[in-house]
Design a protein around this ligand. Structure first.
Ligand SMILES: Cc1ncc(COP(=O)(O)O)c(C=O)c1O
Length: 438
């Protein structure tokens, strides 16, 4: 499986964005996250085009939680995207990058006072209110600032998407949002609509992530529009906006066949228009928030192979110089990935091995994958690591975060520097009583 601008070059090496992966590893070290700029831009454009053609009254946000840094904000701004942020850190990154606040959406199921204050003072486009506790805090802060705020309400449509339980959010049993079925959403929104410091623009839902079929999205749109009709009929409130979150899946493995962006747009717009017509509702602005499907396939992680441990009749372990700290998804979600040896990319992948990391636990990264005969010093490339890898990295075992490079037309630029060993101790504080000359 080769993705985006990946190809195997004349030397038999993996090339991404016109850059030889072996040369990238030599120049920037490993583990290394490599992001394919052309593919990220192509995905942004595909979303914008697919929806503009079918339903011009729409806004496409990128879900920053998938992968965010200053350069990513700049790229998104150039592509005319909106951006959704879900923490003070993501919001700060966007604001420091000079991303226009009027294109920012703020999420979070337990937003802090600081996060709400930052959002109000920056004048973000929309705050997505998750619960009544947050609503009270937001009203108080908006009144104090003397600024009405534009809000959407996160609702729980009560749908169970077929995806891993930790990335499933649309079902009734979830920490996120106001429940539709027991009437909580309608009750809270009715009260909010009347408040002078709230401009209630509409509703938001996100049913889950890495969805490889469209059924959950279809059902959620139907329930979402039913709810808008209920608001109109019961309280005379006509929503101007409907945000359907993200969730479109990507290819982690060659047999994965996620719907294309245009198939997804066909279903979304077809369902939306039919439901609006059935209820005789005016068309709201459509908003959405893809994350993984913008950056996921654009990322490749490069590792250097260390020890190769063969247990005859059992398994061969190939260990690499990273692991759980740069990619926790196998441990969190049993996520599977496809790998190749970037320095032997033209050789047949005939050896069945298990790739393990170097942390102090059994951090099996990629079980039962096939590669050409592996040896210490080889360069292992892992496909589709652009989403929720760098973003979820930790310093477990005090491993520094890897660098991120953006590759494009044969050029590679660092967009996040590798943490240094001194970075790891830079926030440590030694109580005075421990002090002695060191
Ligand atoms: C509210 C919200 N919007 C958008 C997304 C992005 O989802 P995905 O990366 O699957 O497109 C998420 C993911 O968790 C989310 O929680």
């Amino acid at each position: 499986m080769l993705l985006g601008t990946q190809r195997v070059n004349e030397e038999g090496h993996l090339e991404i964005g016109g850059c030889d992966a072996v040369a990238l590893a030599r120049e920037f070290g490993t583990p290394l996250y490599v992001m394919d700029e052309a593919l990220i831009r192509a995905n942004c454009r595909a979303y914008k085009r697919a929806f503009a053609e079918r339903y011009p009254n729409n806004e496409v946000s990128y879900a920053g939680k998938a992968f965010l840094c200053t350069a990513m904000c700049a790229l998104l701004e150039e592509e005319g995207m909106c951006l959704d942020v879900a923490s003070a850190g993501e919001l700060h990154t966007a604001l420091r990058a000079g991303f226009p606040p009027e294109r920012l959406f703020l999420h979070g199921n337990n937003k802090s006072r600081l996060e709400l204050e930052m959002a109000i003072s920056a004048g973000v486009h929309r705050i997505i209110v998750d619960n009544e506790y947050e609503l009270e805090m937001l009203i108080a802060l908006a009144e104090r600032a003397g600024r009405p705020v534009d809000v959407l309400f996160r609702i729980t449509p009560g749908i169970d998407p077929h995806t891993h339980e930790r990335i499933r959010t649309g079902q009734v049993d979830t920490k996120f949002g106001l429940e539709v079925q027991n009437g909580q959403a309608a009750r809270v929104i009715e009260r909010a609509v009347a408040h002078p410091f709230l401009r209630v623009r509409g509703t938001h839902f996100h049913v889950g992530s890495q969805l490889l079929d469209l059924e959950a999205h279809r059902q959620a749109i139907e329930i979402g529009v039913d709810l808008l009709a209920q608001f109109r009929d019961d309280i005379g409130y006509i929503a101007e906006e409907m945000n359907i979150g993200g969730g479109l899946g990507i290819r982690y493995l060659s047999h994965h066949e996620p719907p294309s962006i245009s198939e997804y747009a066909d279903m979304v717009i077809g369902t939306l228009k039919a439901c609006l017509q059935a209820h005789n509702l005016p068309a709201p602005k459509l908003q959405q928030e893809p994350g993984r499907s913008i950056v996921g396939e654009a990322g490749t992680t490069l590792y250097t192979v260390g020890a190769v441990k063969e247990i005859p009749g059992v398994r061969t372990y190939v260990t690499v110089d990273g692991g759980l700290s740069d990619n926790p998804r196998p441990a969190l979600y049993d996520a599977r990935y496809e790998v190749l040896l970037a320095n032997k990319a033209n050789r047949p992948a005939e050896r069945l091995v298990t790739v393990a990391g170097k942390h102090c636990e059994t951090d099996t990264l990629f079980p039962d994958v096939t590669v050409p005969d592996p040896a210490p010093g080889d360069l292992l490339a892992v496909q589709s690591t652009g989403a929720y890898n760098y973003a979820m990295a930790s310093n477990y075992n005090r491993f520094p975060h890897p660098a991120v490079v953006l590759v494009h037309d044969g050029q590679a630029e660092v967009i996040v520097e590798r943490q240094t060993l001194d970075d790891l101790v830079s926030k440590d504080v030694l109580p005075r009583r421990f002090a002695r000359p060191r």
